[in-house]
Design a protein around this ligand. Structure first.
Ligand code: PXL
Length: 277
């Protein structure tokens, strides 16, 4: 069985970061070690939240793991809270990455043209330095723009997205996967670029009437889980896009659906079925 470690916060309510990564990746048959970077009462899109920073726990945990000779098939980072945490992740990559293992960065920090409340432009530039040393990065268009000094556009063409992917790739990552890429009304999807082959990849599906927080984390978790199951990055991206879309559909159809996160739990059987194929 493969083992990954994912490093992100615990938002106690809100269905994002570790509370989606842990169940989704585990359901995909992959051991999921965690480092919680902070404990929040809810994610930061609530009007109020508590936050206990756990940065001082990261080094003691990783030093213990080194003494115990623990290794990981992948290191997946999500929402991080500070410059220091980003530096610690760069160090963790260099301490734990092997030739066979994968580093996967979701620079979760912005959406719809805006940074999340806790961040500023300097933080986005710092996040670019983590993306530079990753194998695979999965920003949305907003995050990619902040990291590459590109003007954010709500409407764009394929040329704009390809140029954005090229700039992301120039940061250093081997594979760049942009989420939330839409070229036609009613559809959305993912567009990727692989530095080694110069190849672009696009996959789209239905765009739903509503969007929810945490869907980027659902996508990233499924994508790394798929890769750990032996899928190519493109097939993993397709699976992750389809699963995320199904989670959104189920949430919209649920009369008691939460507005803070998606019903990812209800779509886990579909995810597991798809992995068997
Ligand atoms: O990736 C979403 C996310 C994760 N963690 C925290 C957040 C958010 C989005 O707002 O606030 C704490």
């Amino acid at each position: 069985m493969k083992r990954i470690v994912t490093v992100q916060d615990i938002s106690c309510v809100g269905k994002c970061s570790l509370t989606v990564a842990l169940p989704i990746i585990s359901a995909m048959g992959v051991e999921t070690a965690i480092i919680p970077t902070a404990v929040l009462s809810t994610h930061t899109m609530f009007s109020e939240f508590t936050c206990k920073d756990l940065t001082d726990q990261i080094t003691p945990i990783t030093e213990h793991w080194k003494r115990a000779s623990l290794g990981f098939d992948a290191i997946y980072t999500g929402y991080l809270g500070s410059f220091e945490q980003i530096d610690l992740m760069i160090k963790m990559f260099s301490d734990f990455k092997t030739e066979k293992s994968l580093t996967f960065v979701d620079p979760a920090m912005a959406d719809n043209g805006k940074l999340y409340p806790a961040f500023d432009e300097a933080f986005a530039k710092k996040m670019a330095s983590l993306c530079a040393v990753a194998d695979i990065i999965v920003p949305n268009i907003t995050e990619a723009c902040f990291m590459t000094d590109t003007e954010y556009k709500a409407e764009y063409d394929e040329e704009y997205v390809k140029a954005l992917l090229k700039k992301l790739s120039d940061l250093g990552a081997k594979i760049c996967l942009l989420t939330g890429v839409s070229f036609e009304e009613g559809k959305t999807g993912v567009m990727g670029y692989e530095k080694a082959t110069g190849e672009y990849f696009y996959y789209s599906h239905k765009k739903h009437s509503r969007s929810y927080h945490g869907t980027g984390d659902v996508f990233s978790s499924t994508c790394i889980g798929g890769i750990m199951n032996g899928l190519s990055w493109k097939d993993a991206a397709v699976l992750a896009a389809d699963y995320t879309s199904e989670c959104i559909r189920l949430t919209i159809e649920d009369p008691n659906g939460n507005d803070y996160g998606v019903n990812f739990e209800q779509a886990i059987p579909m995810l597991v079925e798809r992995l068997k194929k």
